[in-house]
Design a protein around this ligand. Structure first.
Ligand SMILES: Cc1cc2nc3c(=O)[nH]c(=O)nc-3n(C[C@H](O)[C@H](O)[C@H](O)COP(=O)(O)OP(=O)(O)OC[C@H]3O[C@@H](n4cnc5c(N)ncnc54)[C@H](O)[C@@H]3O)c2cc1C
Length: 433
């Protein structure tokens, strides 16, 4: 490719970055109007709202997308690597060395030149510096972490099953999830489903599994209207999930979670899902302005304080027009920002003005496994319309379908959906390895 071609570098191929890279690859990469490169720390993409299903083992492996093949099909370039810094004066991104499991450096620290840079590295769990959380809790922020949790879960179930059968243990297995946002709530329902499936398959035998959610707020799903939060609460109670609301976690140890009121919860497995922040390395990104949770502050055109650098998705703090506060860290916001920024970048190459981003809240839906889905639709557009049951389930799925259509197009998404349906009818509903 010619050296003077405009170089667009996108960091992070998640809900926002992969859609942007695919769109720009098609619109600018294919006709060679720009060189579009996507850098991601992982080699495959799974849509993050599915991670609780990865963690519980109920997700089809087919949902994983290889970045390399996506790049080939859509005329962008994929680079494996982790951004660790930035040199704005020379317009270079600094990429960490790649080191294998044995500690051998495969690729040294490198830099990559850009003309336009888009940072879309998402978010990580916020542990608020609470003692023991980093050491003893599992997180499901990344595909790798979700798979790791799933492996530990399977091992624990096998071990418990053996211990119960050989009368070495008579206590129930206890899983504690900290945080009653969508992630914690969805994960708890999914884990309950897994327990039922295992019993159906005959593994569970006499194991009892206690699932507890601990939340500092007095209602679960604080982002949803109280009526829906109450409906979800009723569903969870029906599923036998213990809810401990209004309890602030003060410490986590290897075997327990402690709360501010002096209660101690025994916990064999602990998951932390209480709030998000942008990764810590973003705090000092060569002078780019950030907020208290490390998000890059962007204006209405999604531009940072540097004219050549944009940020989208969970790692960006963008004021929500007509509301107090920022655009929420959600998949639908990431999707909408990717499509607005694609138009702005195309305009930029044609010396046309940037497009202001306006977030449309179409509501929030929470999936309680195969048991039910609840939520509010239309959000701020039409006021809240509560939905539940099958309609909510279909709408919940459609958010993922929109993401799939953005990266695969209509035809491939239909084929994938069909093949997944066939696959699900012949394969086990849970992954046990
Ligand atoms: C379990 C769970 C359930 C959720 N459910 C919902 C839901 O139902 N509805 C909803 O709207 N939202 C949901 N969310 C939130 C939603 O997933 C996020 O808002 C959305 O994924 C944000 O998109 P993003 O592109 O900003 O980040 P991500 O999708 O997280 O992608 C970030 C990408 O950046 C890469 N990356 C990170 N650091 C680096 C680095 N240093 N260098 C290179 N690459 C890097 C990562 O590998 C990743 O591919 C859920 C989140 C979780 C965890």
């Amino acid at each position: 490719m010619a050296d003077d071609i405009h170089k667009i570098l996108i960091i992070g191929g998640g809900a926002a970055g992969l859609e942007l890279a695919t769109c720009l690859g098609q619109q600018l990469g294919k006709p060679r109007l720009a060189e579009v490169t996507l850098l991601d720390a992982a080699s495959t993409h799974i849509w993050k709202p599915l991670l609780h299903e990865v963690a519980s083992g109920t997700l089809a492996e087919a949902e994983e997308i290889e970045y390399l093949s996506q790049a080939y099909r859509n005329h962008f370039r994929f680079l494996l690597g982790k951004m660790e810094g930035l040199d704005r004066a020379t317009q270079k991104v600094i990429i960490s060395p790649i080191i294998n499991k044995k500690g051998v450096e495969l690729i040294p620290r490198r830099t990559f030149q850009y003309d336009t840079l888009v940072i879309a590295v998402g978010s990580v769990s916020n542990t608020f510096g609470i003692k023991g959380v980093d050491q003893y809790c599992r997180f499901i922020d990344t595909t790798k972490e979700a798979f790791r949790f799933q492996k530990q879960l399977v091992e624990t179930y096998y071990l418990e099953s053996y211990a119960h059968q050989s009368s070495q243990r008579d206590k129930p297995l206890s899983i504690v999830i900290v945080g009653a946002g969508a992630t914690g709530v969805e994960l708890s329902a999914e884990l309950r489903e897994v327990t039922k499936l295992l019993a159906t398959y005959g593994l569970e035998g006499s194991i009892q599994v206690n699932i507890t959610i601990i939340e500092a707020a007095t209602q679960l799903l604080p982002a949803l209207p109280p009526r829906l939060s109450t409906a979800t609460q009723e569903q969870l109670v029906k599923l036998g999930i213990n809810l401990k609301l209004g309890r602030r976690v003060t410490e986590v140890t290897e075997s327990a979670v402690y709360t501010h009121d002096g209660e101690v919860f025994d916990a064999d497995l602990k998951v932390w899902a209480a709030g998000i922040k942008a990764p810590d390395w973003m705090k000092n990104l060569d002078g780019l302005e950030t907020n208290h949770i490390n998000q890059l502050i962007v204006d209405q055109t999604l531009k940072t304080s540097d004219d050549n650098i944009f940020a989208i998705g969970d790692c960006a703090a963008c004021a929500w027009t007509g509301h107090t506060g920022n655009v929420p860290p959600r998949a639908q916001a990431a999707h909408q920002q990717a499509s607005t920024l694609a138009k702005t970048i195309i305009n930029r190459l044609n010396n046309k003005p940037a497009i202001p981003f306006v977030y449309h809240d179409y509501g929030s839906l929470v999936s309680l496994g195969k048991f039910s889905t609840v939520g509010s639709l239309m959000g701020s557009l039409m006021g809240t319309v509560s939905v539940g049951g099958f309609i909510a389930y279909v709408v919940y799925l459609s958010l993922y379908k929109m993401h799939q259509i953005a990266i695969h197009g209509y035809f491939r998404t239909s084929m994938l959906t069909l093949s997944n349906l066939f696959r699900r009818s012949t394969h086990a509903k849970i992954k046990m390895h």
